[in-house]
Design a binder for this molecule. Structure first.
Ligand SMILES: [Fe+2]
Length: 238
């Protein structure tokens, strides 16, 4: 998975005990006495730039509150894990696994989701061409058929979760998967690379679409960043 999806370049102050590391072109990590932690990534667009498909109010809350909470809770769990490992506290190590999976998954998934969106006036919603477009036609017959399949599976997903367009690196085929809660796509298979993930948690749409998830799914395609999905596809199939 591309590390650029996971970390942002916001730096901690030196007084915090954190310092930036590996500030390369695609990943921005930090260390706290040897512990690498996550940070909330910046968005490449304004919160209101996806309207009317997704309201600015939803985007602001989703990014600043929900995603930030996953980051904070993931980092807290990592710190506790580090302490538990140092103490040899096996019970605590095991107890922390669910928090790490849930919050770490939330961070992974949302970091991808923001990159899967793009304002219409910047190319959002423009269908994929070239290699990804051909692969979609081959594996799903058409883009319309793929959208219909993802909308149907996203609408049918019980409770909270995600619907994904994935590349299976082993077979080089595209597939549609769903994951529950904040499980990242990798929990469905180590070969699966997320090209496009759609958040179907209520916090992603309820303020605007109320309980009508299918309307949210119908409209989100107007702001999908197919260029990003195509770039990941090309990187992974090169
Ligand atoms: Fe979300």
């Amino acid at each position: 998975m591309a590390l650029r999806t996971l970390f942002s370049k916001k730096a901690f102050t030196t007084a915090s005990g954190f310092r930036p590391i590996a500030a390369g072109d695609r990943c921005f990590l930090r260390q706290a006495r040897g512990l690498t932690v996550a940070a909330l990534p910046d968005l490449a667009y304004d919160y209101g730039a996806l309207e009317p498909a997704i309201s600015g109010e939803i985007m602001r809350l989703h990014h600043q509150k929900h995603h930030q909470a996953y980051v904070t809770n993931y980092n807290n769990a990592l710190e506790q894990l580090e302490t538990a490992v140092a103490k040899g506290d096996a019970s605590a190590v095991v107890r922390l696994q669910s928090a790490i999976k849930f919050n770490g998954g939330g961070h992974i998934n949302h970091s991808i989701f923001w990159k899967n969106l793009k304002p219409v006036n910047e190319g959002g919603g423009e269908p994929p061409h070239s290699t990804l477009g051909w692969a979609i036609d081959t594996d799903f017959c058409s883009l319309e058929a793929l959208v219909q399949k993802m909308n149907a599976e996203g609408a049918a997903l019980q409770g909270s979760g995600w619907v994904w367009l994935a590349l299976d690196k082993g077979s080089k085929k595209l597939c549609v998967e769903t994951t529950a809660n904040q499980d990242p796509l990798v929990t469905k298979g180590a070969n699966l690379v997320p090209l496009l993930g759609i958040d179907v948690w209520e916090h992603a749409y309820y303020l605007q679409y109320k309980n009508v998830r299918p309307d949210y799914l119908k409209n989100i395609w107007k702001v999908i960043n197919w260029k990003y999905a195509s770039e990941v596809f090309d990187e992974e199939t090169a």
